[in-house]
Design a protein around this ligand. Structure first.
Ligand code: 13P
Length: 256
């Protein structure tokens, strides 16, 4: 089954307003009418509206980097899904490893945030992945299986709700370290993830689901990763802050 590749740019906690708008302008210039690949950028919260305005009526989507598990209320500092929608977001990252490891988002919290994203009509990019210690102990498959099950088991038999779900496999040891997983290492885990999803949510759902790879993706590593049968896109951190390199990653087919 042909799955449309999806490439995300996670700007994390970088840039200021002027820099974010400039980056959006540059990305639009290079990718505004790109076809055959879905492109989404994830700016910091304060820049979302300006970036969404700058990318309006282009082929590039905008997403939040996180959201609250709650819809509204006295939750100082938190941002709710409907708020993201109201400033022009189509997507949202859920369970990014930095949210899990730095901010303590548990599997249970990630599951609640996923439900909140779906309730708000946002397209969730659910992030999973093992850390270095877990990989060294041979726990990679069991960690991603646990993360998948805790977030997605509630949707067994109800996959219509997950029509817009995207997964991102981001091995924590490869994020921001310059250590990209080899295409074969990534493929091995992606194949495991797709099998788990087939067991949990059904074969046809698993066959259609897009699974991104993330972790030190560069223009040079993108084509090799995208040749793997179960890698359907990339979630890019550092390299997405450079419009030219991000555009090269999105146009991975032309690099061959
Ligand atoms: P880097 O590409 O900087 O390693 O970041 C990956 C990531 O965490 C994307 O969400």
């Amino acid at each position: 089954m042909a799955r449309t590749p999806i490439v995300g740019g996670n700007w994390k906690m970088f840039l200021d307003l002027a820099g974010a708008v400039q980056l959006a302008t540059d990305v639009r210039h290079r990718l505004g009418s790109v076809r055959g690949v879905e492109v989404v950028v994830f700016p910091p919260f304060p820049f979302l509206k300006s970036v969404a305005d700058r990318l309006a009526e282009s082929a590039i989507g905008v997403g939040g980097q996180d959201l609250s598990s709650e819809t509204s209320g006295a939750f100082t500092g938190a941002v709710a899904g409907p708020m993201l929608r109201s400033v022009g977001c189509s997507h949202v990252l859920v369970g990014h490893s930095e949210r899990r490891s730095v901010f303590g988002d548990s599997d249970e919290m990630v599951a609640r945030k996923l439900a909140a994203a779906l309730a708000a009509g946002l397209k969730p990019v659910l992030c999973i992945g093992e850390n270095l210690q877990e990989r060294q102990k041979g726990e990679t498959f069991s960690v991603v299986t646990r993360q998948l099950r805790s977030a997605l088991a509630p949707y067994a038999g109800k996959t219509d709700a997950l029509a817009d779900l995207v997964l991102a496999y981001e091995p924590v040891w490869a994020i921001g370290t310059g250590l990209t997983a080899t295409p074969e290492q990534a493929q091995e885990v992606h194949a495991h993830i797709r099998q788990e999803i087939a067991d949990l949510l059904g074969k046809s759902f698993a066959a259609a689901l897009r699974i991104q790879y993330g972790g030190s993706v560069k223009a040079s590593s993108a084509p090799g990763l995208m040749q793997q049968p179960d890698i359907d896109g990339m979630l890019v951190g550092g390299a997405s802050l450079k419009a030219e390199e991000f555009a090269q990653i999105v146009k991975f087919r032309q690099a061959n």
